[in-house]
Design a protein around this ligand. Sequence first.
Ligand code: NAG
Ligand code: NAG
Ligand code: NAG
Ligand code: NAG
Ligand code: NAG
Length: 418
Amino acid sequence: MPNPNPKHLFHATLFLSILLQALSKSTIEPCSNSDSCNALLGYTLYTDLKVSEVASLFQIDPIALLTANAIDISYPDVEHHILPSKLFLKVPISCSCVDGIRKSVATHYKTRPSDTLSSIADAVYAGLVSSDQLREANSLSDPSVLDVGQNLVVPLPCTCFNGSDNSLPAIYLSYVVRPVDTLAAVAARYFTTLTDLMNVNAMGSTAINDGDILAVPIPACASNFPKSASDFGMLVPNGSYAITAGHCVQCSCGPKNLDLYCMPASLAVSCSSMQCRGSNLMLGNVTVQQTSGGCNVTACNYDGIVNGSIVTTLSPSLQPQCPGLQEFPPLVAPPTTVARDTVFAPAPAPLFDGDGPASPKSSLVPSTGLPGGFSPANGPISGISSGASAACSLVKPFPALTYALVLLLVKLMIPVAL
Ligand SMILES: *[C@@H]1O[C@H](CO)[C@@H](O)[C@H](O)[C@H]1NC(C)=O
Ligand SMILES: *[C@@H]1O[C@H](CO)[C@@H](O)[C@H](O)[C@H]1NC(C)=O
Ligand SMILES: *[C@@H]1O[C@H](CO)[C@@H](O)[C@H](O)[C@H]1NC(C)=O
Ligand SMILES: *[C@@H]1O[C@H](CO)[C@@H](O)[C@H](O)[C@H]1NC(C)=O
Ligand SMILES: *[C@@H]1O[C@H](CO)[C@@H](O)[C@H](O)[C@H]1NC(C)=O
């Protein structure tokens, strides 16, 4: 007899309702393993905050926050620099696999007087989380009563899609849609196409709503570190930097090609040897020698941090042409104002706006570039083209009415089934 089992129905609905509340309005990526991967959050400051305060909001390294936004870390006292309200930043986070979907659960927030779930969700975390998600994640029975100093888990949206988009390395930015946004403008801002954004987010139309969270692929430089490396899977978005190996190594991506380039970081920290074994080359050094058969290029590359030590590899290669000088993504001074058209993205502005006390003593980027960078055999990386993309879905904001109806129906059906 095909009698609907009310218990199953109830569970299915419960599951559905949890899913809807936890994931509404954002692109979700199913996952099966426990690996974590790298992702970015698009975060808009709700008030003036120090660099260190933004970092502690997400429990990340302030240096990682700065380098991800190509902000000059050699600027005096940069961690205490006050960033202006409304500034848009890319926040690097680790994306885990929890209950079969990708999300970040490493962030905690300590409640302060006068906080409410919606002020935490909408203001402090700028729409990256909803009050419902906060309530669910923290099993709050009465969300109107928040104790001061309560430690809340803040589940944040992230996707990785295997670190690629159309088979090219990419890192995904979780972007909160604002009323002024159009999908085409978001695509243009991040150098991708409308088709690509629609594919990635499994959208049937270009309609987006205020508060939706889009996964935006950003071309990146992929690392090729061994699985045993603690920084395995490092991805550096085009135009930015990453600091790794306990602040000893900095890796950059772009602007000319998407080959990861790593060299010793200029931060004053004690680091183990960064010389390539069997040579006098240091990490990031490249020698070139024109021969009759082509250009003999030898580079000392960074290969991750394994067992707590920096691994370097000497890699010789014969290339048709000698590579030019290594170019670095331009650095910006810590922002002090939000320009009208940079409200949406920190456009690489000209260095230093002049109100800093002094020029930085030393720059993150050496003033004398080294010959470097490989011209990979696999050719130039062209603009993102459209194509089949990873399986995912944009869970549209379910109208509250629909949701209520489902619940109502289930409530009606249970007695009927009994
Ligand atoms: C993930 O990407 C790697 C290369 O980056 C590729 O070898 C692998 O097949 C991809 N896996 C899936 C499931 O797409
Ligand atoms: C990387 O960024 C630079 C500008 O910063 C841009 O000119 C270049 O086209 C970008 N590359 C890709 C593949 O998006
Ligand atoms: C090798 O790299 C180190 C560290 O970046 C740098 O100080 C040095 O000048 C480089 N040497 C050569 C020969 O390029
Ligand atoms: C390339 O240069 C390296 C070191 O400079 C040298 O050992 C090697 O023999 C050279 N290879 C060729 C093919 O010239
Ligand atoms: C790292 O350490 C483990 C155990 O101490 C050892 O088995 C492994 O071979 C080491 N790996 C490398 C690359 O040195």
